[in-house]
Structures are given as C-alpha cells and as structure tokens.
Design a protein around this ligand. Structure first.
Ligand SMILES: [Zn+2]
Length: 363
C-alpha cells in the first residue's frame, strides 16, 4: 500500500516545450545534428525544434534538451553527422564515469541499472518485470507498442538523502517522493533506503511512465493529458499488475488506495459530483496542480483508465493511439481533449462518468 500522506506528484516534463504556445505548429527548423555544451559536457543531438529563443534537441543518450541557442554558453554548432542513438556499451561506460566506483552498472534486456555495489538482482528484476507487464498489458489490448530507441536508465541511490542530492545535481526540484521518472533525462531515479513495499509501488508507477514514453504509448513530443498518463501510472503501481502469477485476476490489479479514496470521497454524493470531476480531468490538467485536488485527480484518473483498460479495451487502445500520434509541439486545447474522448468512446462525458462510477463502486 502506498502512503497517501506522501505527495504523489510526477515529473512528466517530457513535453518541455512549445506545448504552451499557440495551437498552431511552430516553425520547425531544418532537421540536422548539432553539438552543444550542457550539464558540464559537450553533447550531440538531433535538432527537433528551432524557433526564436528556443531549440529542442534529442541527445544521443535520450536526454531532451531545451535551451536558447543564442546564449553563448551552449556553444551550439551544426555538425554533419547522422543521428544515431548511443551504443549500450558506450552509455554504460559513461554512466560508470558519471556515478563513480561506489556504484555498479547492470545491463539487462531493456535497462541500464545504476545501483550501489552489492545490491543483487532485486532492482533489475523489478524494472524488467514492470516493463514486461506493461508491454504485455498494452499489446493485448491493441495499443501500439514499439521497441525503444534507447536503453532505459534506472538509477537507485543508496538512501533518500542521496536521492535528493542526485535530484539537485541534475536540476530536479521535488520533495516528498520515493522516486521519479524525469522526462528530460528519460531516467527513473529512486532509492534503496526506505520501506520496500512503498518504494516498490512508486517504482512500478514511475517505471510505467518510463515504459510508456520509451515504447511510443505516449509521445515525448506532444502533450499527453495527465488523466491518461497518471491513470496508467496509478494502474501499474499495484503489484498484481506486474506479477505474472496473479496478474490474471482483476482483484489483484485493483489499486486499493485509489479505490478507497474514491469510495470515501464520493460516498453519499450524487452522480453529478463525480461527473464534474471527470469533466475537469478531461478538460485539462489543473486538478493535478492544486494541492487540494491532486489526490482526487490521481484516484479518479486511475478509475477512468482502469475502467477503460478492463471494460473497454478497444477504446482504451484507440485513446492511447490517438494521443500518442498527435502532431508534435502543439498544445491540446480543452475542446479537442473532450471531443476526442467522446468520439472514441461514442458517448458524452456524463455517460462515461456514470459507467466509470458504476464500475468502481462495484469493485
Ligand atoms: Zn506519475
């Protein structure tokens, strides 16, 4: 069980950009490779966006960089090379240099895991198992899943204090979390110094984000509505979602924290209260930004996505495939968010919210 007193705020800054600008495609400059200086070293990457005052570059290591190319400190220059993701062996060497000799780098099928020396296989097993369960759940429902372009990097720090030092080092401002998926670096960062069941739940949640953004279930270049991305994060928090032995049972897949929260919050209230919250989540992400509503946002987002995943798998897939293929670097206006959902589900928001409410109250 996760601890609801701990703030559940995720750092999905995958769309770091121009998503806040007008709803027209920004002028994307000619594609090409650039070399630039950032976070203490010279890097190379593919230019994805080049507008006045902002360049967005996908690094060879999967980092997404956003900076002002006119600022001399970035030393931006065009280079002739073709873009190719970094080799696993080179990335492994670089991670070794970055973290030093107190850490070991374990290479698994899908991950490069950085952990303190001598911690065995529990972390690599957890990450691999989470990723396998994620791709299997998505594939079985018809969600488009592709092989990622980069090895996924998971960083396990020895304890909470070390994790916060690592956050600070790479410019992440967060507190009261047990781990994070940082969209810019494409890394999950957590620690090995706390209550194992709670940390494992957080890791499964964050690993689901990492899997989603690396397998094309979400795009790193468009705005994914938070009720979708966080609903999925909440779904995979549950051990039963990642445990092949029990994954077949719906009971085991239920996020009990979210379910309890919903039953407690909406007890004795009318359908329209729940529907109003569903409508707000469909319209935009503000419910996640307000400390008074953030817990409700996560719980209701879970209910919406869990209902779709379990009862309307085709619509679940259509919704994910739609949001992952929207044009890059555009915001997602309220009207389009609602229209897309209503069109895919074939019903209006009130009807959808009634179905979700009926389903979760029957769990
Ligand atoms: Zn999350």
């Amino acid at each position: 069980m996760t601890n609801l007193n701990l703030t559940r705020v995720c750092l999905l800054c995958a769309c770091i950009l121009a998503c806040n600008s007008a709803n027209t495609a920004p002028a994307v400059g000619p594609p090409g490779m650039v070399e630039f200086f950032a976070s203490g070293k010279t890097r190379q990457g593919l230019k994805l966006l080049d507008v006045t005052g902002e360049m967005i570059v996908l690094g060879r290591d999967g980092w997404m960089h956003s900076f002002n190319p006119a600022d001399k400190k970035y030393q931006v220059r065009t280079i002739e090379d073709e873009y190719s993701p970094i080799e696993v062996s080179q990335m492994r060497t670089e991670l070794g240099g970055e973290f030093g000799n107190q850490f070991e780098i374990k290479s698994t099928k899908n991950f490069l895991l950085v952990q303190p020396k001598g911690r065995g296989n529990k972390w690599s097993n957890l990450f691999e198992q989470s990723h396998r369960a994620f791709t299997s759940y998505m594939t079985r429902r018809g969600v488009n899943v592709r092989q990622g372009n980069f090895p996924m990097v998971a960083v396990v720090m020895p304890d909470e204090a070390a994790m916060y030092r690592e956050f600070k080092r790479i410019g992440i401002q967060m507190n009261r979390v047990a781990g994070v998926y940082a969209g810019q670096s494409n890394r999950v960062i957590t620690h090995d110094g706390g209550r194992q069941d709670f940390i494992a739940a957080t890791v499964r949640h964050e690993a689901a984000h990492q899997s989603a953004f690396n397998s094309g279930v979400h795009s790193r270049l468009t705005d994914t509505p938070k009720w979708i991305s966080e609903g999925i994060g909440q779904m995979f928090e549950t051990a039963g979602m990642t445990n092949a032995a029990t994954g077949a049972s719906r009971e085991e897949r239920i996020n009990r924290d979210s379910l309890t929260f919903i039953k407690r919050t909406y007890k004795g209230r009318s359908d329209t209260d729940f529907s109003a919250d569903v409508m707000e989540l469909l319209s935009g992400d503000t419910m996640f930004d307000n400390p008074r509503t953030v817990s409700k946002a996560y719980a209701v987002a879970w209910a919406m996505m869990f209902y779709l995943g379990e009862r309307e798998p085709k619509h679940f897939a259509q919704l994910l495939n739609k949001t992952a293929t929207r044009p890059p670097f555009r915001n997602y206006p309220r009207k389009d968010r609602i229209n897309d959902v209503e069109r895919i589900l074939g019903c209006d928001t009130f009807e959808f919210s009634k179905r979700v409410s009926w389903y979760v109250h029957g769990l």
